[in-house]
Design a protein around this ligand. Structure first.
Ligand SMILES: C[C@H](O)[C@H](O)[C@H]1CNC2=NC(N)=NC(=O)C2=N1
Length: 112
């Protein structure tokens, strides 16, 4: 089975369907440290990475920003001294698509 991070993103609207709670739970098992959170009624997956200082937090922020620009799929990013909080959801669906879990897996690779 393809690793989540290696799967292609599906950006076609036609195939854009929200994940069921069961699918989310199953996929989150493969993403250590990622949690499901509702904000204004919209589900998102979120993780806070710990870094040694602000410069490192900013560097990770920029790596994630580059990934977002390359893929056309963008997270919410909170950059603090020693921390970066990354949140993924699909804006036009108002919820979670498989793409969001794929992007979380790719975020993990950037944080190494
Ligand atoms: C026009 C632009 O491509 C769209 O607004 C993209 C930008 N990045 C995006 N990112 C996310 N997470 N969800 C979207 O629906 C989305 N749409």
């Amino acid at each position: 089975m393809l690793a989540l991070a290696d799967e292609p993103l599906n950006m076609s609207d036609a195939a854009a369907v929200l994940l069921t709670q069961e699918q989310i739970d199953e996929l989150l098992e493969r993403l250590p440290g990622w949690t499901l959170r509702q904000v204004d009624g919209i589900p998102r997956i979120e993780k806070t990475y710990k870094l040694k200082d602000f410069a490192q937090a900013l560097a990770l922020t920029n790596r994630i920003g580059e990934l977002a620009e390359q893929t056309g799929h963008h997270p919410a990013l909170l950059t603090e001294w020693g921390k970066v909080t990354v949140s993924w959801w699909t804006h036009f669906l108002g919820g979670l698509h498989r793409n969001d879990l794929i992007m979380a897996a790719r975020t993990e690779q950037l944080a190494d």
